[in-house]
Design a protein around this ligand. Structure first.
Ligand code: G16
Length: 537
């Protein structure tokens, strides 16, 4: 028996799989109750080694986080060399390994994947690891490192990082032109670029809800680099007491359309919320009458998309800007983008991995999910055009050149996106109310339904229609037809054990009727679990 096989078997013995659990590599990797994840971590370690070997020894990233999920959960996802999400064809290998029943089967799979992908097992492998503030993180990283070590990878444990910082460092290790591969390199790059972007403009003031997560210490670190260029107040930064994401953070604010707990909103101030691993952001403010106004990912697309289009035009550059959204995008945001901005809008399934790939088709691709997860990416040609332009408006070129370096192109990044939005607002000299006035949202509602088996739900057409369970789509269509400008769809979450129902319509009343009727249909016809929620129709 080879030494590696023996090492994999020996180490695997310390990470037995619980009986009767089925694991799936979902929207953003494996994600579930942390108590069930130990064997998964070990096996993800093996897979990360294989992935690095398969790519000639390039550095692979592994992030241990469950992002917006409750603190009892954890998760793990792999990051490919350029900082993008793991190649989709490898997700199947991850799922196979995670579900192997015996240690022998784990070892067999390691070698069969190597064979199938024609991997040279003598190739060296290199992996960087990061984690968020969850109490389960340290032990899970230790299990991951067991898998990496047993399979011979060189491991660098970066400790506490935001998810986007881990993506950034992974990219820089493989592509030094992108930046210095350290947390300090990240702060230096984006803070220098922000200072250049807003030089000469009035510094803005922002209060940031960090969801009691890793974003809090990291944002505090960034402020020392930003100096006077931005006045940041960090709130909800208690990472010690197990209250991560509890009634705070981007997901709470987006889903409930209300402010997080922990602080009050002064009229017309600038506020935003990160999620637990700081890869999502939403903004909000209270008006003079105290009414709450949410500015979500669709709004970020509109603000940033319009600014980039205008600046590219002013710079006299011939670059195509395109936008990517998902079915969760508010219908009126799509109208604004297509009709007012005249920008091409493409749709993909939920999950930044899908949006990112689609956005790569444009010179400049702007993608944000409604939940506030997204970024802007520039093709190499666009980057060179912007860098090398000698004619055109100097100010516009200066803005584009600074903006590129504020943006974390590898993945949605709450810290970087915050600076991008503030940079645009500073140039526009806009308050959040001005941004809010770009278009009016259609009333929308998101409802979670707990069912016995969410994997029984299969979607088609970029998540907008259900193929299975049979007949449910026809019932949904019949309800949608009853309201004006109605739209509703149902899809299984890839990060929580629920089915999500989205609805929008012309009026709040019609929207809520549609949302709760469809939620009731799902509950009644597709195996709802527990007590039927009172609001379901
Ligand atoms: C992850 C993904 C996002 C996705 C979200 C919700 O975000 O990265 O692209 O929108 O999950 O996915 P689902 O509706 O399938 O649960 P995060 O911030 O939780 O990593």
């Amino acid at each position: 028996m080879s030494n590696v096989r023996q090492a994999i078997l020996d180490a695997s013995a310390a990470h037995p799989a619980p009986a009767g659990v089925h694991y799936t590599y979902g929207t953003a990797g494996f994600r579930m109750n942390a108590d069930l994840l130990d064997p998964v971590m070990y096996r993800v370690g093996l897979l990360a080694t294989l992935r690095s070997k398969a790519l000639g020894g390039k550095v692979i990233g592994v992030m241990v986080t469950a992002s917006h999920n409750p603190v009892r959960d954890n998760g793990v996802k792999l990051v490919d060399p350029m900082g993008e999400m793991l190649k989709q064809s490898w997700e199947g290998y991850a799922t196979q390994l995670a579900n192997a029943q015996t240690h022998e089967e784990v070892a067999d799979l390691y070698f069969s994947i190597a064979q199938e992908c024609e991997i040279d097992l003598d190739q060296s492998a290199s992996v960087v690891v990061g984690r968020d503030t969850r109490p389960s993180g340290e032990a899970l990283v230790a299990s991951l490192i067991d898998g990496l070590t047993a399979s011979g990878a060189i491991v660098t444990d970066l400790g506490l990082k935001t998810t986007p910082q881990l993506h950034f460092v992974t990219r820089c290790l493989n592509d030094p032109s992108y930046g210095t591969p350290t947390e300090e390199g990240y702060y230096q790059k984006i803070s220098d670029a922000y200072k250049t972007l807003v030089a000469g403009l009035e510094p803005l003031k922002i209060t940031v809800d960090c969801a009691h997560g890793v974003g809090a210490p990291k944002l505090r670190d960034l402020t020392t680099y930003l100096g006077d260029a931005l006045d940041v107040t960090v709130v909800n930064g208690d990472v010690e007491h197990g209250i991560l994401n509890y009634h705070v953070g981007a997901d709470f604010v987006k889903v409930n359309v209300k402010q997080p707990e922990g602080f009050d909103l002064a009229p017309n101030g600038i506020y935003c919320s990160f999620d637990g691993d700081a890869d999502r952001i939403v903004f909000y403010y209270a008006d003079e009458a105290g009414a709450f106004h949410l500015l979500d990912g669709d709004r970020i697309t509109a603000l940033v998309g319009a600014f980039i289009i205008e600046t590219v035009r002013q710079a006299g550059l011939d670059l195509q800007v395109g936008v990517v959204q998902t079915a969760y995008a508010n219908g009126n945001s799509t109208h604004y983008l297509r009709d007012s901005l005249q920008v091409p809008v493409a749709f993909t399934q939920t999950g930044v991995k899908h949006l990112h790939h689609k956005a790569e088709e444009y010179d400049i691709g702007v993608y944000f999910e409604a939940n506030g997860h997204g970024t802007v990416i520039f093709s190499t040609a666009a980057r060179n055009t912007i860098r090398n332009a000698t004619h055109g408006d100097a100010k516009a070129l200066h803005i584009l050149r600074s903006l590129i370096n504020v943006i974390n192109e590898t993945v949605g990044d709450a810290i970087s996106d915050m600076l991008v939005v503030l940079g645009v607002l500073a140039h526009r000299q806009w308050a959040l109310a001005d941004w809010d006035a770009l278009y009016k949202d259609l009333p929308s509602r998101l409802v979670k339904v707990v069912v016995g088996n969410r994997h029984a739900f299969k979607t088609i057409n970029a998540d907008t229609q259900l193929e299975e369970p049979a007949d449910l789509q026809a019932r949904i269509d019949a309800e949608v037809a009853k309201v004006s400008r109605g739209r509703s769809f149902v899809r299984p979450s890839g990060t929580e054990d629920v089915v999500r129902v989205y609805a929008e319509a012309e009026t709040r009343e019609e929207c809520d009727t549609l949302a709760y009727t469809v939620a009731g249909l799902v509950f009644d016809l597709a195996g709802g679990v527990g007590e039927r929620p009172a609001e379901f129709l």
